[in-house]
Design a protein around this ligand. Sequence first.
Ligand SMILES: [Zn+2]
Length: 84
Amino acid sequence: METANARPNLKKEEHAAAEPALKFLTLLELGPSSCRWPVNSPAPRSLYLFCGSPTDGQKPYCKLHCEIAYRPNVRKQSATRQET
Ligand SMILES: [Zn+2]
């Protein structure tokens, strides 16, 4: 005796857009107020991609990447422990 294979959990719609609207831009697509933080590692024959998020118009990076770029105590930590 076989029972019908009922599958109530079939995916009808897949929500692929779960991530925030990050779209990476190439250099040519960057606007005057687009974040210029490179998001991919430079590989030959591949385009550089940049963050592209809107900036405040004064800095070259978006808020998130400004925090990374201008983080004040990164240098201290890496430079202190150098004893030979
Ligand atoms: Zn950014």
